[in-house]
Design a protein around this ligand. Structure first.
Ligand code: PLP
Length: 425
């Protein structure tokens, strides 16, 4: 199975003779055993199996296996949200007193998680401009740095990460590179092929694709050599007393990182998706490849329309040949980035943006992106409305930025809707 479209359909659940063709929903909190010894072995991680859905559930695991195959990873797990995925991915290898380096262009929720909430847990984050040179980014690293983090396509500024450069920097400092690949999806880019070690997703976006379920995923490439950096990652390389002295990196090889995240973090924090939600996510994954093609085609059609519109001040969509990120798009996402773009209206006032958005009939105003329905959001009027223009600029968000997410409708209808709204401003 090598084609990404085939993996979207066939990876994960693979029924044996007489078993259900569709992924079964194991809507059960618990699992029955004949002997207490067998159950005991599961608790000791000596035997593989299910005992309580907070730790693992077969439906969730089959869907994780599909995402793992799509990203080209060694092991994967699902979480109840993208926020939980990014928190687990970092916290699995960090503790109080540690430090991480992250791109300042990442999604606001992740920025807040790293910059505020994890700071309260004793983990410091240095945010860097991802377009800086390797030498400049090097300066952010400290002896206690444990992770470099970036987003393949940043939300909402839709910049493309130079993932090869980031992987080089991370590995020079003996730490893994974690990449949030939510917007590109493995259909358009597989960061592991460019050196990323761990991938995260908000599956809430394109993977589900229908704005139905909130979810997340973590995929480990299995490529980072924890034992070669034994002192930096004691959680993986020294005995875990809560599991009878198991050393994850020794016992589980390429599955060490995910096994630790499951058996410690999921056990203790419990951010598991419901099997029903995983079933819905799996339906979305079945059509991910065909949907991404249409999202990209619609994205390009809308971006070209905006680009040539005299009421539009600027458009940022890496698939446009004159875009500042076009070279990176050609390298990392040659089949297209995604359906999300950013643009600003001439005049740039919040009032003009609001009038334009309120005039749309088909395209809706939503705090969402990356699903089947075309939608838009103006951070200055919505998610970041408490900020002044100066504060927005400091956060890397132009006050006039409108984020538009191209859905799966007919491009002509979407353009007609934009056209009639432009006529009102
Ligand atoms: N990562 C990215 C790139 C996102 O855009 C989002 C949400 O918008 C998240 C993570 C958080 O995901 P969730 O909303 O599923 O918790």
């Amino acid at each position: 199975m090598s084609g990404i479209g085939t993996k979207c359909i066939q990876a994960g659940w693979s029924p044996k003779n007489g078993e259900p063709r569709s992924l079964p929903i194991y809507e059960s909190t618990t699992f029955k055993y004949e002997t207490s010894d067998e159950m005991g072995q599961l608790f000791d991680l000596k035997k593989e199996g299910y005992f309580y859905t907070r730790l693992q559930n077969p439906t969730n695991d089959y869907v994780a296996q599909k995402i793992c195959a799509l990203e080209g990873g060694a092991a994967a797990m699902l979480t109840s949200s993208g926020q939980a995925a990014n928190f687990f991915a970092v916290f699995n290898i960090c503790e109080a007193g540690d430090h991480i380096v992250a791109s300042s262009s990442i999604y606001g929720g992740t920025y807040n998680l790293f910059g505020t909430t994890m700071k309260k847990m004793g983990i410091d984050c240095t945010f860097i401009d991802q377009s800086m040179s390797e030498e400049e980014i090097d300066k952010a690293f400290r002896p206690n740095t444990k992770v470099l983090f970036g987003e393949m396509i940043t939300n909402p500024t839709v910049n493309i990460l130079d993932v090869e450069k980031f992987a080089r920097i991370a590995h020079k400092h003996g730490v893994p590179l974690i990449v949030d690949n939510t917007f590109a999806t493995p259909v358009n880019c597989r960061p592991i092929e460019w050196g990323a070690d761990i991938i995260t997703h908000s599956t809430t976006k394109y993977m589900d694709g229908h704005a139905s379920t909130v979810g997340g995923a973590i995929v480990d490439s299995g490529n980072f050599d924890w034992m070669a950096h034994r002192d930096k990652f004691p959680g993986l390389t020294t005995p875990d007393e809560s599991y009878h002295g198991i050393v994850y990196a020794e016992k589980f090889g390429k599955a060490a990182y995910i096994t630790k995240a499951t058996s410690q973090l999921m056990r203790d924090f419990g951010a598991i998706p419901s099997p029903m939600n995983s079933f819905i996510l799996n339906l979305g994954l079945d059509s991910l490849q065909v949907r991404m093609q249409k999202h990209c085609a619609n994205g390009l059609a809308l971006a070209k329309y905006l680009h040539d519109n005299d009421k539009v001040a600027w458009v940022h969509y890496a698939d446009l040949p004159d875009d500042e990120c076009h070279e990176l798009q050609q390298k990392y996402c040659p089949d297209g980035t995604c359906g999300v773009m950013a643009f600003g209206l001439k005049g740039g006032s919040r009032e003009t943006a609001v009038k334009f958005m309120d005039s749309l009939k088909l395209i809706s105003i939503e705090t969402h992106v990356a699903d089947s329905k075309t939608c838009l959001l103006h951070p200055a009027s919505h998610t970041h409305r408490q900020m002044s223009d100066e504060q927005l600029r400091a956060a890397g968000i132009a006050p006039d930025l409108i984020r538009l997410s191209a859905g799966l409708e007919d491009a002509d209808d979407l353009i007609a809707d934009l056209e009639q709204a432009f006529a009102k401003i």
